[in-house]
Structures are given as C-alpha cells and as structure tokens.
Design a protein around this ligand. Structure first.
Ligand code: IMP
Ligand code: MG
Length: 351
C-alpha cells in the first residue's frame, strides 16, 4: 500500500488590517515555542515585507517563509507569485547571513513574475494605485487570463547556473505533511474581494486561502490574527486621506512607531485604530488568537484614542483603553479564544 503524506494540523497567521501588523514577529515566536514540520506562504509575492529578529539581529524577508531562520522546512505555495531574480537575491542574502537555504521548496504551479510584469506594474499601477512595483497585478492578470508561466514551465526552459536549483527544489503540495504554519501576507483589507477595490492587492489574503496549500479546512486549528493598536496604510487608498499627514499626533506616532515600509521604504499613513473594522476583520477571518502590537508607541506618547461606531473615543490611560477594547472584542467576536497585547518589536508573550 502506498503511504499518502498528510497535513495533520494547520495554524494560520493572517493580517487583520492593511499589512504591516507584525506578522513576522508572531510567526517567529510560534516557531520558537511550537513544533512545525513546515512553514508555508499561501499568497502574495515579494510585495510583502516581513521583519524578523533572530538573537537580537534584524532580518527582512519578502517571499521566503520565516522557517528559514530556524532550520524548519519552508514552502512557497501555488497561489504565490514568484520573481526568480528577487527570490535569488533574497536566498543569497539569507545564505550570506549563515542560514541554510536548502530547506526552501516551491510549488511547480506557482506563477512566475516576469520582467515585463514588473515594468508594467512600475509604469501603470505604482503611480495610479500605489502598488509596490513588484509585478503582482500584471502577473495575476496573466494567471487568471490563463496565459501565465508557472515554475514548472520556467524550469524546463532555464539553463542558467544558479546558487539555488529551482529544478531540484520544486515540490508538489501533496508532499506536505504533519503540522504546518501558514504565513499570511498583506492583510484582510488588502484582499482582492474585501479591500477597498481597486486599492487592493491581487491575492486572496484571508486565511481560508491557506487551503490552496492542498489541505482541507478541517485541518485548520488556530488562526492568529495580527493587528496594531493604531492603523497604518502604505500606498494609495481614499479611506486614508492626505490630511492624516497634517495631524500632529498621528505624525508623531508615525515617527515613534517607525512606520516606513520594509519593502519600499515609503512612509505609512497613520490613523487611530478603527475598532469597527477590526471587529469585522476578526469575524471574517475567524481569528481565534488576536495579537495587538505596538502598545509601547502609544504608551510613550500618552495618546489613547480609537474610533468606534464612527466616533472618536478618548481615554486617559492605556489600561482603560485596552480594558474597553477587550470587552468590545469579546462581545462581538465569537471565535476569539485569546487576546494578546505586545509592547516589543522583537517578541510576543503568548502565555
Ligand atoms: P501590490 O500588492 O504591489 O499590487 O500593491 C497593491 C496595494 O497593496 C498597495 O496599496 C500596496 O501598498 C499594498 N501592499 C502590498 N503588499 C503590502 C504589504 O506587504 N504591506 C503593506 N501594504 C502592501
Ligand atoms: Mg510588511
């Protein structure tokens, strides 16, 4: 009898906002405490930027899952978009920093971002929609028009000597097994269906899409939803007006919170946390564990405001703000098991 490999349990880390919610830190923390056989990316491409601290050193990745920092098998799934040059640069950077890149495997069905895709993105989407310029939208259009190139086809025609053999490191989803951690990219409000269309990315960012890794929904155990105690948005979005940049308090948060994109270096617009949106995001994603980061930033500046019911609520202390926040989330979000607050860029305390 042939023994079929099977995924047992899958945990998913997803963004509850517009990306940049410190998902990298959460993935990193889960890898330190839990046992996973695989860490997998299920959407997006090198438009993402994940910041991870390993032994106090800061690293940034764009497409390679954070398992690479811990010697855990890494997988880039078929619903991801891969630019070979970008990936090679990232793999070289990881190797130069002493990490073993042979743990990285890629689905033969992942779509390739070509240099033409990038050119088109830079020409059209970057100025009109504030895209990252990584070629995502043009690659996604070709994929859905059924004229794209996947990794399997790319490899068949590639004769270049590379530091990483894409041919040898192709692996089908059916080879994944055991407990897997699914590393979300971007966030709920950048999702192609749920974001402020057309100011969205060309991916299904919601956790259900982790099932594009080839396991059924029944395998999903925990959904870790990442949020921040204030909102940020990079790129163009009419819901984040330019006036936000003239608000003194919000500008100091941007500086104190170092709100600059890790992929593009662009300044992020800051707004007070929109609790109505956060509640909706938690419910759409089915988040079981909410992780709210960057409390240290507001604590230091003594700024404690949130929007709820479209009104700005002001608090006199962090304690009062988070106690009401907890109450509202527990009342309105039935899947939540735990709410965790984090005041450190480097780690999260899950206990
Ligand atoms: P694209 O994904 O490069 O096409 O960009 C589409 C929109 O999503 C733009 O507003 C980008 O700024 C935003 N975006 C894409 N990836 C990220 C991310 O990882 N963090 C934050 N915003 C992102
Ligand atoms: Mg990011």
């Amino acid at each position: 009898m042939v023994i079929v490999k099977q995924v047992e349990k899958a945990d998913v880390v997803c963004g509850l906002a517009w990306g940049d919610e410190a998902k990298g830190k959460i993935v990193s923390e889960l890898l330190k405490t839990n046992k996973y056989d695989w860490v997998c990316r299920y959407s997006g491409g090198s438009n993402a930027g994940h910041t991870i601290y390993v032994n106090g050193e800061k690293y940034t990745t764009h497409i390679v899952p954070a398992g690479v920092f811990y010697g855990v098998n890494c997988y880039i799934g078929r619903d991801c978009y891969v630019n070979i040059t970008d990936l090679e640069i990232e793999l070289e950077y990881l190797q130069n920093n002493g990490f073993d890149i042979s743990v990285v495997k890629i689905s033969p069905m992942a779509h390739i971002i070509t240099s033409q895709h990038k050119e088109e993105d830079l020409k059209k989407y970057k100025s009109q929609q504030g895209s990252t310029g990584k070629g995502i939208a043009p690659c996604a259009s070709d994929k859905y028009a059924r004229k794209g190139i996947n990794l399997k086809t790319f490899v068949e025609n590639d004769n270049i000597e590379r530091i990483f053999s894409f041919r040898e490191n192709m692996l089908d989803e059916s080879e994944l097994y055991g407990n897997i951690l699914c590393e979300g990219a971007q966030g709920c409000w950048l999702d192609i269906n749920y974001g402020n269309y057309p100011y969205v990315t060309s991916s299904n960012t919601l956790p259900f899409n982790a099932c594009s890794l080839g396991f059924p929904p029944q395998c999903i155990r925990h959904i870790y939803g990442a949020a921040k105690i204030y909102d940020t948005r990079v790129g163009i979005d009419p819901d984040f007006s330019d006036e936000l940049l003239n608000n003194n308090d919000l500008s100091t948060i941007a500086i104190e919170g170092n709100e600059f994109g890790s992929t593009t270096g662009r300044a992020r617009k800051v707004n007070w946390l929109n609790l109505d949106k956060l509640i909706q995001a938690i419910n759409i994603t089915g988040t079981t564990h909410v992780i709210i980061s960057k409390l240290d930033v507001l604590e230091k500046l003594k700024l404690f405001n949130v929007y709820y019911n479209n009104k700005l609520l002001k608090y006199d202390s962090m304690e009062n703000m988070i106690s009401q926040l907890k109450n509202l989330l527990m009342t309105h979000c039935k899947f939540i098991q735990k709410i965790i607050f984090s005041s450190s860029a480097q780690n999260v305390n899950f206990f």
